[in-house]
Design a binder for this molecule. Structure first.
Ligand SMILES: CC(C)(COP(=O)(O)OP(=O)(O)OC[C@H]1O[C@@H](n2cnc3c(N)ncnc32)[C@H](O)[C@@H]1OP(=O)(O)O)[C@@H](O)C(=O)NCCC(=O)NCCS
Length: 181
């Protein structure tokens, strides 16, 4: 195909506006959908917060074997985000789905109370906590070097299913051009 590349003083209009709209069509639609989802989440969280008698918001949950507490998870709410601070299960009760149950409870609590996301920070080698969370739909959202805890991986669960779907689409790497020059 024959084409030429030229430097321009100004883009020709209205062709350029149409070209840009066509080239960004997919991206524009996703951005518009994301803006709508975020606006809806903000509204739901504001309503939930107004009716929340407990402020600052805290979630303390325990897993019981009979009357004995064998596991817990503790989260704190801040604005629209539920931060999971710590969780644990007694060693003899591990690998029986107890933590997965605690994490599912946290997800449904976040949803019912208008939180937009759940975030947590973990040592990157702690498979025992990272794997069950990834299975539930948490995603890796950041890395950090903490003076106190050293390397940390951040996990995030987006409460809205629509937002999870958009995250998946938007986080897919752009297909590279095989031979750009
Ligand atoms: C992390 C912890 C809470 C997990 O509790 P748990 O009740 O054993 O977790 P679950 O049984 O729900 O595990 C679900 C899945 O996670 C994965 N998993 C759990 N422990 C694992 C381990 N030690 N190594 C690799 N994968 C592991 C498995 O895929 C498991 O499913 P499976 O048993 O069917 O194979 C527990 O190991 C613990 O208390 N650790 C010490 C405290 C801690 O690290 N807390 C987190 C600090 S941020």
């Amino acid at each position: 195909m024959d084409f030429t590349i030229r430097a321009l003083d100004a883009f020709p209009e209205p062709e350029f506006t149409s070209l840009r709209a066509a080239a960004f069509a997919g991206i524009g639609e996703e951005s518009r959908l994301l803006t709508e989802v975020i606006a809806d989440e903000t509204e739901r969280r504001t309503q939930a917060r107004m009716s929340d008698p407990q402020f600052p918001h805290q979630l303390k949950i325990g897993a019981f074997f009979g009357d004995r507490i064998v596991g817990w998870s503790y989260s704190r709410g801040e604005d629209k985000t539920l931060h999971t601070i710590n969780s644990g299960v007694l060693s003899e009760f591990r690998r029986q789905g107890i933590y997965s149950g605690l994490a599912k409870f946290t997800v449904s609590h976040a949803s019912q109370n208008g939180f937009v996301k759940i975030v947590s920070r973990h040592s990157p080698g702690n498979n025992a906590i990272i794997i069950p969370k990834l299975r539930l739909g948490f995603v890796v959202s950041a890395f950090e070097y903490s003076e106190q805890y050293r390397p940390l991986v951040h996990l995030t669960y987006l409460v809205s299913q629509k937002r999870r779907e958009l995250y998946q689409i938007r986080s897919t790497p752009i297909t590279p051009i095989s031979d750009p020059i």
